[in-house]
Design a protein around this ligand. Structure first.
Ligand SMILES: *Cc1c(COP(=O)(O)O)cnc(C)c1O
Length: 359
């Protein structure tokens, strides 16, 4: 049935290991049972440690956009500042407006990082009460200067910081409490190497207080519902229990490997891809110093026919990379080193790229 398995080196969804699928096939349990509470209770301290928080970590049965939209609905009273510089961060502005909120963008060119000074200037107007930031802009391969931006936002005590770490969580260190992040969110199908459908997030005390004064939070993504249920180690509605089994397995693996070793592995594998880029006459789309550690966005400066190349690697080597996203499709290509990749798998993937690269 899986004879035509094509291994994914696209930056999400990424390859999911057989042992993860095995873990997900455990028998179903009732979501209001002691068994579920025990499952959540077991993974909760592990999640807190990875999130770098003493706050609860909530499980949302949705892709990341669910929580990204939820943060807008639960927290924006005055106006949200959306830091935009790629497909995901640009879309967040659109989502804010669709939620009927006042919203404005700091717009940088795709491929550029967000400038903390620009954030400070905007916040100094006093117009804003929420900032959204995509930490690792998966569409452009830019890792934004989170620490610098977080310390800017700290200077404005009434402004909440919402950070999307969908493609960086668990691959680079991110400490929610130390950085003063009010909502830290991630999804299952990228850096965590699980199938899609589950999101994880934290909400600071101040953000929870803000939410309690906002009246159109809805139900499915109401932060207060998550909090009320988490006190009993449960979720507001029936969660994706199989994915949570997968998460429990993944967390064990992550903690067995050790977060520091995991960060180092991602850095090393990412450097291998960068070496390949440099030695094959390509340029990076993101500037030095702001390059993602979990994927590489490559400028197609050689004008390669990307669909033909990707088809060739699919047919000959049963793997694929991505031929660019949104308005930079065809102009860039992206290679993921997220999840369970090793020196061996990255090295053989790069050999396959060389082997099929049109001359
Ligand atoms: C993939 C991605 C999202 C959207 O995730 P969905 O699972 O499609 O909701 C958001 N932000 C970033 C940075 C992403 O890479």
């Amino acid at each position: 049935m899986h004879g035509d398995h094509v291994k994914l080196y696209i930056p999400g969804p990424i390859e999911v290991s057989g042992d993860t699928f095995q873990a997900m096939s455990a028998p179903m349990i009732g979501h209001r049972s002691k068994d579920f509470a025990a499952l959540y209770e077991k993974i909760h301290p592990q999640l807190q440690s990875l999130f770098g928080t003493t706050r609860p970590v909530y499980l949302s049965t949705s892709s990341a956009w669910g929580v990204m939209e939820a943060a807008i609905r639960n927290l924006v009273q005055k106006k949200v500042l959306n830091c935009c510089g790629g497909a995901f961060s640009d879309k967040w502005l659109d989502v804010s407006l669709r939620c009927g909120k006042q919203a404005e963008a700091i717009q940088v060119e795709w491929g550029s990082p967000i400038d903390p000074v620009a954030v400070e200037q905007m916040l100094a107007t006093g117009e804003f009460d929420v900032v959204t930031l995509v930490h690792n802009e998966t569409s452009t391969g830019v890792q934004n200067p989170l620490t610098e931006i977080a310390s800017v936002v700290e200077k404005f005590p009434d402004v909440l910081l919402v950070v999307d770490t969908v493609s960086s969580f668990s691959a680079v260190p991110i400490a929610a409490d130390d950085l003063g992040i009010d909502v830290l969110l991630t999804g299952s199908q990228k850096a965590l190497a699980l199938p899609p459908g589950l999101s994880l997030f934290t909400v600071s005390e101040q953000a929870m207080e803000r939410a309690s004064g906002i009246h159109d939070r809805g139900y499915y993504f109401d932060f207060l519902e998550f909090e009320k249920n988490a006190q009993k180690m449960m979720t507001p509605s029936t969660p994706c229990i199989s994915l949570i089994y997968g998460l429990a397995w993944k967390l064990e693996q992550i903690l067995d490997e050790g977060p520091e070793k995991r960060y180092a592995r991602h850095e090393r594998l990412n450097a291998m891809v960068h070496d390949w880029v440099d030695s094959h006459g390509f340029k990076h789309f993101a500037p030095e110093g702001y390059r993602s550690k979990t994927l590489t966005c490559v400028d197609n400066n050689r004008g390669i026919d990307l669909p033909a190349w990707i088809q060739a690697m699919r047919e000959k080597h049963s793997l694929v990379i991505n031929g660019g996203y949104g308005k930079i499709k065809g102009k860039t290509f992206r290679i993921s080193n997220m999840g369970d990749e090793t020196d061996e798998t990255i090295s053989s993937m790069l050999d396959a790229l060389s082997d099929t690269l049109p001359s």
